[in-house]
Ligand binder design. Structure first.
Ligand code: PLP
Length: 401
């Protein structure tokens, strides 16, 4: 029998757009000799002591469920971490949930706070999952576009102008994916003033906190008056090179956590037990590894930004994460055309900026979480591609050597 499946599916689910990042990732994976600057994950393997702790846990037969919000021992380590690193105090007993990646923490936050039609401001360009997760939770995502002229920073005026009577919350992510932009304490404090004035909730995605290069990272919840209205999200994926472990965390005022925990109990039960043991080890003994990886990213960031500017692509220096977001306007191509033609002609995968929101058009995201040798080769190929489009930078011959 031929079924009309569209008839059975939820309207909201049907209307979701597939991730634009995946499309290029899948295309690149089907081709040979591709250098991928497309995917946002560390090129490092999780430090050995963390892996060993998870293996040991399995060997010892720790295969049962943990408490719903995670092992108390891990929640304690998380609160120690948040307290010593960012100066924010949480109670491990009722203010923390260990989630399946930061991804699930974001989902839980929106499900817990949104009623049908509530608007959530999303500072764009933005990580691709925010808007769909707002929609799934019944809210309405509202793009708040930042501009390249001020390095994709959100300004208080912009925020003030975007707020309506339906605005319930704002999603902040600094350092940002895809621009790498980070805001310093003064800039965040100005945002906090507007947040307080309009009684907004802040979902603060701090997944790149450990990968902030030039300034000290400030957690939004540490700002005066923000603790009570912030759902802080972080995770192990980026800083500890643990993307595949799928471990994240959220910290928030107890009434928020109580509601999020109900949803989490029914959908997930708990994060995998043996992996939680790995996470304890990460927080106890692995910050020197994080520091080493961070130094390496910083070196690569400097090299990539300098070289992109030399070969003819305007690129601001991002304060964090592991992405650069150069303008490709000099080529006259759209970002989709640029990414497609670069992949076909030179076998380098980047992500077209428009997948992160309209304000990303005219830009591409390149991840520099790959080896220096690969980056050098990718930039050489990009230079050849640019020259084929009539874009000539300075010192082009030197770079190609
Ligand atoms: N938030 C941002 C800004 C990201 O870039 C990513 C992953 O790319 C995530 C959240 C998801 O992280 P996790 O692997 O912890 O789910």
């Amino acid at each position: 029998m031929k079924q009309d499946y569209a008839h059975y599916l939820s309207k909201t689910a049907k209307e979701l757009q597939p991730s634009g990042i995946r499309k290029f990732f899948d295309l690149a994976a089907s081709m040979k000799d591709v250098i991928s600057l497309g995917v946002g994950e560390p090129d490092f393997i999780t430090p050995w002591n963390i892996r060993e702790a998870a293996i040991l846990s399995l060997e010892q037969g720790e295969t049962a469920y943990t408490a719903n919000p995670g092992l108390l021992e891990l929640r304690q380590e998380i609160t120690n971490y948040l307290g010593t690193r960012f100066g924010v105090e949480y109670d491990p007993k009722n203010q923390i949930i260990v989630t399946i990646g930061a991804s699930q923490a974001i989902d839980l936050a929106f499900r817990a706070i949104l009623n049908q039609g509530d608007e959530v401001l999303i500072v764009e360009p933005a990580f691709v999952s925010y808007a769909p997760l707002v929609s799934i939770a019944g809210g309405t995502p509202v793009a708040l576009s930042t501009s390249p002229e001020n390095g994709f920073k959100l300004t208080p005026e912009q925020l003030e102008n975007a707020i309506t009577e339906k605005t319930k919350a704002i999603l902040l992510c600094f350092p940002n994916n895809p621009t790498g932009t980070s805001l310093n304490k003064e800039e965040l404090t100005e945002i906090a003033r507007i947040v307080e004035k309009h009684d907004l909730i802040v979902v603060s995605d701090e997944i790149y906190a450990e990968l902030t290069y030039d300034e000290v990272f400030t957690s939004f919840s540490a700002l005066e008056g923000m603790y009570d209205r912030t759902i802080l999200i972080n995770g192990f994926s980026k800083g500890f090179a643990m993307t595949g472990w799928r471990l994240g965390l959220l910290a928030a005022p107890a009434p928020f956590v109580e509601v999020m925990l109900k949803i989490f109990q029914y959908t997930t039960m708990c994060a995998p037990t043996m992996l939680q043991h790995g996470a304890i080890e990460a927080l106890r003994n692995s910050f020197h590894d994080v520091e080493t990886m961070k130094r390496s990213y910083r070196r690569r960031r400097n090299f990539v930004v300098q070289t992109l500017n030399k070969i003819g692509l305007d690129c601001h220096i991002p304060g964090g994460a592991f992405y650069v977001f150069p303008s490709i306007k000099a080529t006259g191509l759209t970002s989709e055309q640029f990414a497609e033609e670069l992949l076909m002609q030179e076998r380098v995968a980047v992500v077209p900026g428009h997948v992160f929101g309209e304000s990303g058009e005219g830009y591409v995201r390149c991840s520099y979480a790959t080896s220096m040798a690969q980056l050098q080769e990718a930039l050489k190929r990009m230079q050849r591609f640019l020259e084929s489009k009539g874009v000539y930078g300075e010192n082009t011959v030197e770079i190609l050597k």
